[in-house]
Each structure stands twice: as C-alpha cells, then as structure tokens.
Design a protein around this ligand. Structure first.
Ligand code: UT7
Length: 325
C-alpha cells in the first residue's frame, strides 16, 4: 500500500508585478533581479484576499481534478509561513470554507519546505492505514510580510497556492520515499522577528520594521545549495535509485542560480528540471505545487515518470521526495 497524488492544482492571483514595477521606486533594476535570481515577474493578492482564499481556490481545483467528493477528505494540512492568523490555523479556515467541518486540520510551519513536509505527513497517515484521503495545501501571501522599501527582499517573493489530494493506492505508483530535515540553529538567517510572542509589537518595533521578513540571503544561498544537494542524494541512495532514472526534478523556486547549482551537484541536466520562477518568484510553500501543476498542464509529466521534489526554507528546513507519477 502506498500514497499517491490523485489530483493536484494551483491558483495564482491576477495582479502581475514585473521587475519594472520595483525599478520605478527602488534602487534596483530588471537586469540585477534577472541576473541574480532569474525572476522577471510575480503575482500579488489583493488586500482583502487571504492566504486561506488562495488555498481554497487551489484546493477546489485539485479536488475536482481528483474526481472525489469533498466529504471523502479525512485530514486537511496547510503549509504556510503567512497564515491568516497565528490562530486559528489556516487549515481550519480552509476546511470551513470548503464546507468540511469536523475533519481534522492543522498548519505546518516549515517555510519553503512546507509542501514536502505536508506530503510526508499525508504519506505517513495513509501508509499507516489511519486515513485514505488527505488534502495538502501550500499557500502564501508573502507580499503581506514584505517591507516594500527593502530591495533585498521585496523583489524575490510572490503570492500563490497549490494543493494536492493524496490518496491510497495498491499500484506501484506514488510516493516512493522522502527525507526531511531541520536545523533551528540557523533560524535567524530567515526570520520574521515580530508578530509572534518573542517581540512585542510596539511602535518602535514597527518603526524598525521587525514585523517584516528578514533574510541573510547570501548565507541562506550557500546552505541551500549544499543541503538540497545532500538531501536529494540521500533519498536517491536510500531508494537505490540513480539520478539517471529521474525524469523530472521539481525544485523549490527561490533562485535560478540555486537550481542550476543543485542540478549540477546531483548530476541531472537542466532540461529535466522544472523552472517557472521567472513568472511567479519565490512563493515559498506554494512553489513546488505551482511548478508541478504547471508542468502537468503543459503535458511535460507523463504517467510512470519518476519525479524528485527538493526544497529548502526557513527553519532552516530542507527535504526531498521521490514519486512515481
Ligand atoms: O526560499 C527560501 C530560501 N531563500 C533563498 O533560497 C534565497 C537565497 N539567497 C539568494 O537567492 C540570494 O542570496 C539573493 C538573491 C537574495 C541575493 O543575491 P546575492 O548574489 O547573494 O547578492 P548579495 O546579497 O551578496 O548582494 C550583492 C549586492 C549588495 O550590494 P553591495 O553590498 O555589493 O554593494 C546588495 O546590497 O547586491 C545588492 N542588492 C541589490 N541590488 C539591486 C541586493 N538586492 C538588490 C536589488 N537590486 N534588489
């Protein structure tokens, strides 16, 4: 018995912010952003639209694609770094908006690795026989935690959501294995200092902009390349699968240079790597399901293809998963 992705889809808000949008008011350029990150544009959700709304939009499409009735969902997991509230969880709100109250629901705070953590949780619940159908959502509204005057951050991220209906199968397809890791000693490299209980939200804190996300990009970059490479090698070796047998790599979409370095490290050519960060920027926990969803729509991924998902994010966290589609 295995778990497999029965339906997967994504949703991005309509508003497009190109690099030229930032050029108009910041000391930055389309050239710098393109060369250093690969990003050309990203989406921004309207003020009144919440992370849960993006999650619900993606989930509705994934449920339809899976061809299941909502009543079949037995667990809702939402990976997000930008929850509607500290509590209640965004997963509870998504469950309510989907009309499936009574079903257990919780959030995962694993930064950009959240979707892989979510799939891992779904896989564990399904393989243990506890549930047969789990909804995993990755949803983010990163613009709402951005200092729009901080050029080192606000050009990098975007809003969006993806969702997967994970179900049980007796076939040889599905999630073959995963490895997930965390190291909290690196926590301050990518952090939103205020809005939790650690730092009181005073006027001074707001003036210092501690309620916005901060990142030591350069340091995160180096650890990301190293650990994404290590964890990919770890899961492949665990499953005795060689990199040559991977048809598609779906990496977290943070920076084209990180993705290229990862591909080189694991010995997989870039034409087997799904890249769409030029269109959406870094959407954190939503980036893998958006990239996978788009690749499916474009007909790139076929039944039986071997997929390697790899991610890295705040925590710091990192993880990799191999699936037979
Ligand atoms: O998804 C979760 C994990 N996050 C990541 O994986 C992100 C990892 N980090 C990165 O992708 C890259 O480190 C960044 C894209 C964030 C930065 O690229 P970098 O090549 O590491 O640049 P840097 O931080 O070393 O900065 C180089 C220069 C600095 O100027 P000085 O000190 O050399 O004069 C920055 O102030 O670039 C400057 N800079 C900018 N210039 C124009 C930083 N942001 C900008 C900008 N426009 N938007």
């Amino acid at each position: 018995m295995r778990s497999f992705i029965k339906g997967l889809s994504y949703y991005v808000p309509d508003e497009v912010l190109t690099n030229h949008f930032f050029e108009k008011y910041l000391d930055t350029s389309d050239e710098w952003i393109t060369q250093r990150t690969g990003i050309k544009e990203r989406r921004r959700a309207p003020k009144e639209v919440l992370t849960s709304d993006l999650g619900v939009a993606a989930a509705e499409k994934a449920i339809k694609q899976a061809g299941i009735d909502k009543a079949e969902i037995e667990l809702v997991v939402c990976a997000t770094a930008t929850p509607d509230y500290l509590f209640p969880s965004t997963a509870c709100i998504i469950g309510d908006k989907l009309g499936i109250n009574g079903v257990p629901a919780f959030d995962i705070a694993a930064g950009c690795t959240g979707f892989i953590y979510g799939l891992a949780i779904a896989d564990a619940f399904i393989r243990s026989g506890i549930y047969k159908t789990v909804l995993v959502v990755g949803a983010e509204e990163l613009f709402k935690i951005m200092d729009m005057e901080d050029r080192s951050m606000c050009v990098l991220f975007g809003d969006g959501a993806g969702a997967a209906v994970v179900s049980v199968t007796e076939d040889d397809k599905g999630i073959l294995g995963f490895k997930i890791h965390a190291d909290g000693s690196y926590g301050d490299l990518l952090i939103m200092p205020a809005r939790g209980v650690a730092v009181e939200l005073t006027e001074d804190v707001i003036k210092k902009k501690l309620h916005f996300a901060k990142m030591k990009g350069n340091e995160v970059f180096k650890i990301a390349v190293r650990e994404m490479g290590n964890v990919a090698a770890e899961v492949l070796s665990d499953l005795s699968i060689s990199a040559d047998n991977i048809d598609w790599v779906i990496p977290h979409q943070a920076n084209i240079r990180i993705i290229q370095a990862l591909a080189k490290r694991i010995g997989i050519p870039m034409d087997k790597v799904i890249v769409n960060l030029h269109k959406y920027g870094n959407t954190s926990a939503a980036s893998i399901p958006i990239a996978l969803g788009e690749a499916l729509e474009e007909g790139k991924i076929k039944r039986g293809d071997m997929l390697l998902l790899v991610a890295f994010g705040a925590g710091l966290t990192w993880g990799a998963m191999v699936l037979k589609w």
